[in-house]
Design a protein around this ligand. Structure first.
Ligand code: SF4
Length: 316
């Protein structure tokens, strides 16, 4: 596993703290339906974009649905790329929503706002899907710099549309959560502070409301890692992450209760390990050959980018 020579490898760090990163009961199924996206964000750990061809086939969708039927997950979380652009995504949503107590759909907002995908918003509403929308910043120039020209205004229009349908409004019971991340090689501001700022500015400028905001550090993988290396920031960023290691974050890490399926049906402990092609248990297992939930107590596959999840209050 790759590691920056200036920091202690992540696996050694947790061992030196007498900690173990092992699986607890798996309650979340995350389905990554592919790397095709209408945006090409600078921080994307999957290097998703309009030229990517990897999308989940109908055959793999059916294998995922069969697996979800066996396991009784509490949460099913669909992510991409831009899931909106994947053929048969409506079928996947229709099939997976009855199989979990909570169904989450991750969107970059601009793809969901496209005229051709208006029907998808109604489908998500019909299924009471929770929408997790990436919205790195409330600054237009910063957002467009990170995600592409015109993306900020498209995101604002989609948020308005979602609010019109009841998303983000307490009374309607339709949950709309935002995810923000820093624009460069630094850690995010405290989440509560960022949430307060977003709530105030979005409401005052555009009348937009939302339920919660999650603030995450960028993971040094994919396009973000390339940018860190090119801009000579890689070592200092890794040092920043490693020196913010918080042993208490290990308990709540998402990889301990999540199983992540890739667009081609292979199993990982999380979406970051998926991006790095570091499979669950170290060997590639297809969802079609998995019987039931992964065993509790099996070790999680780790690498140095795991420091992103354990920096400060952690990435849970
Ligand atoms: S990247 Fe984070 S979520 Fe994934 S295995 Fe490492 S610590 Fe767990």
């Amino acid at each position: 596993m790759e590691h920056s020579d200036q920091i202690k490898p992540f696996g050694k760090m947790i061992a030196s703290e007498n900690l173990k990163l092992e699986r607890k009961k798996t309650t979340v199924l995350q389905v990554n339906v592919g790397y095709l996206c209408n945006q090409k964000c600078r921080h994307c750990h999957l290097e998703a974009g309009p030229a990517r061809k990897e999308v989940m086939s109908l055959e793999t969708m059916n294998k995922v649905i069969d697996y979800a039927r066996q396991c009784n997950f509490m949460v099913i979380d669909v992510t991409g790329g831009a899931p909106e652009m994947v053929p048969y995504i409506d079928y996947l949503i229709d099939s997976l929503t009855p199989l979990a107590q909570r169904f989450m759909f991750r969107s970059n907002l601009s793809a969901l706002g496209q005229k051709s995908r208006e029907d998808l918003i109604y489908l998500l509403k019909e299924h009471q899907a929770v929408i997790i929308a990436s919205m790195p910043s409330i600054n237009e120039a910063q957002t467009d710099g990170q995600r592409g020209s015109g993306i900020f205004s498209k995101s604002i229009s989609t948020l308005k549309k979602l609010n019109e349908l009841g998303y983000g409004c307490e009374a309607a019971g339709l949950e709309l959560n935002l995810v923000s991340n820093p624009s460069g090689a630094f850690l995010p501001q405290p989440q509560e502070q960022t949430e307060k700022r977003f709530r105030k500015v979005l409401k005052e400028k555009w009348g937009i409301v939302f339920n919660h905001l999650f603030s995450f550090a960028n993971v040094p993988l994919g396009r973000f890692k390339k940018w860190l290396i090119e801009s000579n920031n890689y070592s200092s960023y890794m040092n920043k992450l490693a020196s913010s290691f918080n042993p208490c974050s290990i308990e709540g890490l998402m990889c301990r209760n999540t199983i992540s399926v890739s667009w081609d049906g292979f199993l990982y402990d999380c979406d970051f390990n998926l991006a790095a092609d570091l499979p669950m248990t170290g060997k590639k297992i297809n969802v079609s050959s998995m019987r039931g939930l992964p065993k509790e107590g099996i070790p999680i596959s780790v690498s140095d980018y795991c420091y992103t999840c354990t920096a400060g209050t952690g990435f849970t």
